[in-house]
Design a protein around this ligand. Structure first.
Ligand code: PLP
Length: 492
């Protein structure tokens, strides 16, 4: 399987690259992204054969046999064996029945308690192995809205030939998320809070990735540059697999029959998770539609319902689902490419850069709506949902809760629904406690964790308890203008 570029080729970069090239050097011509040249197809018989297989076997089938990525078997198997670190090594992403037609796929059972581990654990291993084999040294940049940072630091910590520079929005994450980052102590890790929001962090990352002067400074230091965000296809490819897994889980439990369509509901920010679902659908998984859930930063809702992606006059709002506090969603570019081709994508992304927005034609909007529906909810709706579902004996985090609005309002057909739970409640305990108590008191994370644990008999994993006692090793909070300077200081 080879990869091509969303904005076409500039006659400098190679016209096609392999998977390993795309993940080592994720910046494509004209600031575009790498995408698969064609999407391989699975038949219903293929899907049937995956029944009762382990998660690792399903991953190997989809990525090795179907995608044929150019990673040697030993490295691939070692990477995938990192799912053994999850709560249940046989089933890292269990699907839980909540109502007759409602299932939750829990993607947060890994070491940092959010869905980013699903991809970053194996991806981090593969990237470090490639760097070691080619004897190259890499600086990996990660911009985080709260969960990519901890997951990237965890996966790359103390890996040979790898240094990680992680940027988080100061004040834009939960305490647990921040502590997970600032207490990580690997000598190859640098964590920087920035005075700005996630979009600022991700912009800085994209500018550094595309900057020739930054790259030549790195070159002098003997370093190459890559990224841990979902601009990197190494993240996306592992995020295709669990959508197949959800379907297989429903088959295994006799909740659906082979070929029966289901809805997937994805709480979205950078659109990596939803893109994985879209690729799974195009590869033949029987998905009726992918329903996108957002918080009050509802630019994706507007895009999917009206066809316009318009940043003008919009400001990022801080909500109680901070991992989705994003306006510039990177992976919609890959959807635009898949549906409308590279020259149209280049045009639309240029409009986004120059005019701060773009608008699809009516025909294009109809195309988009064949695969996607979308809605959003505010903080109060989100908290009411958390409380209501605890009465159904299901405890969910605020990101997962945004999906329930889509479940209640967007289903057009009587089909089973899988909602993706992207984080454990323990990462956002003050919001969860406010929801359950129906109060607006200010709790700190530690207090809220204990209270939810005591009152509702909920379990807190050791990895969450531990962040409160580990020493803080990263204390810098910097202006966004100083990011490049600080990165150079770190690697020199
Ligand atoms: C990253 C994240 C999201 C958004 O996922 P995307 O793939 O960026 O759309 C949603 N919820 C949580 C908890 C996350 O960490």
């Amino acid at each position: 399987m080879n990869f091509i570029e969303t904005r076409g080729n500039d006659n400098v970069k190679p016209k096609e690259v392999t998977f390993s090239q795309a993940i080592l050097s994720p910046s494509a011509s004209f600031g575009g992204l790498y995408v698969p040249k064609t999407l391989p197809q699975l038949s219903l018989q293929d899907i049937e054969k995956l029944k009762n297989k382990s998660y690792k076997e399903v991953t190997s089938f989809v990525l090795n046999d179907i995608f044929e990525i150019d990673i040697d078997k030993t490295t691939f198997n070692e990477a995938v064996s990192l799912y053994d670190k999850f709560d249940d090594s046989k089933n890292p992403a269990p699907v839980v029945k909540v109502r007759d037609d409602l299932f939750v796929s829990e993607l947060y059972h890994g070491p940092t308690r959010a869905f980013k581990d699903m991809a970053l654990q194996p991806f981090g291993y593969i990237l470090s192995s490639l760097a070691q084999k080619s004897n190259d040294k890499y600086l990996i940049l990660a911009a985080t809205s709260g969960d990519t940072g901890p997951a990237a630091l965890n996966t790359f910590k103390n890996k040979a030939n790898i240094q990680v520079g992680c940027l988080y929005p100061d004040g834009g994450t939960s305490d647990v998320q921040r502590l997970q980052m600032v207490t990580e102590d690997g000598a190859n890790l640098k964590v920087l809070g920035i005075k700005g929001n996630f979009d600022d962090a991700q912009n800085a990352l994209k500018n550094l990735l595309a900057s020739d002067s930054f790259k030549s400074q790195l070159e002098k230091l003997g370093l190459k540059l890559s990224a841990a965000n979902s601009v990197n296809f190494g993240r996306i490819i592992f995020q295709i697999v669990y959508h197949f897994w959800s379907y297989i889980e429903l088959l295994n439990k006799n909740e659906i029959s082979l070929g029966e369509k289901i809805y997937l509901i994805v709480p979205s920010g950078n659109f990596g998770n939803a893109l994985g679902a879209y690729y799974a659908k195009k590869m033949g998984l029987p998905i009726e539609k992918i329903l996108i859930a957002s918080n009050e930063n509802n630019i994706l809702t507007e895009w999917i319902n009206e066809g316009k992606y318009d940043l003008n006059g919009k400001h990022l709002i801080m909500t109680n689902s901070p991992a989705m506090d994003i306006l510039k969603s990177s992976n919609i570019e890959r959807i635009l490419f898949d549906k409308f081709g590279s020259s149209r994508t280049k045009e639309l992304m240029n409009d986004l850069n120059v005019k701060n927005g773009f608008t699809l034609s009516n025909e294009e909007l109809i195309e988009l709506q064949k695969d996607f529906g979308a809605t959003y909810c505010n903080n109060d709706y989100c908290k009411d949902t958390i409380k209501a579902y605890l009465e159904d004996a299901y405890l969910m985090d605020p990101h997962t809760a945004t999906c329930i609005k889509s479940y209640e309002t967007l289903k057009e057909k009587d089909l089973k629904v899988v909602v993706y739970s992207t984080a454990e409640w323990t990462k956002f305990s003050p919001t969860v406690l406010n929801a359950l108590n129906k109060d607006t008191d200010k709790y700190d994370d530690l207090q809220a964790l204990k209270m939810v644990q005591d009152k509702f008999n909920a379990k807190i994993p050791d990895v969450v308890n531990e962040v409160f006692t580990k020493p803080i090793t990263h204390t810098s909070v910097i202006e966004k203008e100083d990011i490049e300077k600080e990165m150079i200081k770190f690697i020199s």
